[in-house]
Design a protein around this ligand. Structure first.
Ligand SMILES: [Ca+2]
Length: 258
């Protein structure tokens, strides 16, 4: 069991969405994942997009694969290349800022100009099972294969969604991920949102145990990627849903709020 919420002080994440999209189902995002260039958003030509997927052992997602992933909760507010030179993105919950208020695959269709720059949606049928859509009040999250070392070319997304009015406190138990200075080889990223586009809260690698984090709203996304060589011990963490009204550190301005 954890101690009082105020001790040690969790890192307060920035403003986020008050609610997230309802997952259409459970578990794996069907091997489909969103990637952007190492240089940032909307930097990949069609050729480069294909290379990103291939580098990680996968291929461009087909429309059907993207839609299947959407139906089990994949919601990403960023347009990316997918199979046959098309561009689109999967939307689960209609929103004013994304998807023109529609749900489904928001489809820009076939692009005549393959030098346009977008993100990419890959499909990797051989990626190890990892990630999922989590709605429990409390749960342990582990790197794939834990306590064994994780393997190369892992791509895991955990989308956590608890009840409206709750927040998510993430507590790290063990952490050991291939270290490099910018965490570009293997890394865990945490987002204070239901996707990996908004609410970026941090990227972690190495063996330093990160501080606890607490979400702004009732959703959080964890994304773990490993590259083609060098593995490490992996990680184990626990999240717990906390009722916002019970967060007594809200009055402790010296601690968590500015
Ligand atoms: Ca590695």
């Amino acid at each position: 069991a954890w101690g009082p919420v105020s001790e040690p002080c969790p890192v307060q994440l920035g403003p986020g969405l008050p609610d997230g999209p309802p997952p259409g189902g459970e578990e794996q995002a069907a091997g489909v994942y969103h990637r952007e260039s190492r240089k940032g958003r909307y930097q990949l030509t069609y050729k480069e997009a294909k290379a990103v997927c291939k580098y990680e052992g996968g291929t461009l997602a087909t429309y059907d694969q993207l839609e299947a992933a959407r139906q089990i909760g994949l919601h990403v507010c960023a347009a990316g290349w997918y199979d046959k030179g098309r561009v689109g993105y999967p939307i689960v919950k209609a929103g004013a800022n994304c998807g023109f208020g529609r749900v489904g695959i928001i489809n820009y269709g076939y692009r005549l100009n393959k030098s346009e720059r977008w993100d990419v949606y890959c499909y990797n049928p051989n990626s190890k099972e990892c990630g999922g859509t989590l709605t429990d009040q409390q749960r342990i999250i582990q790197s794939p294969g834990y306590p064994e070392e994780y393997q190369d070319e892992q791509i895991c997304y955990w989308h956590i969604r608890v009840r409206y009015g709750q927040r998510i406190r993430l507590h790290f138990l063990e952490f050991d991920v291939e270290e490099d200075t910018a965490c570009l080889s293997d890394f865990l990223e945490i987002y204070d949102s239901y996707d990996d586009i908004t609410g970026f809260a941090g990227r972690y690698c190495g063996d330093y145990l990160p501080d606890d984090l607490i979400s702004t709203g009732n959703v959080m996304t964890l994304k773990f990627l490993s590259d083609a060589s060098v593995v490490a011990g992996g990680f184990q963490m626990e999240y717990i849903a906390v009722n916002s009204s019970l967060l007594h550190f809200q009055n402790d301005t010296s601690c968590c709020f500015t």
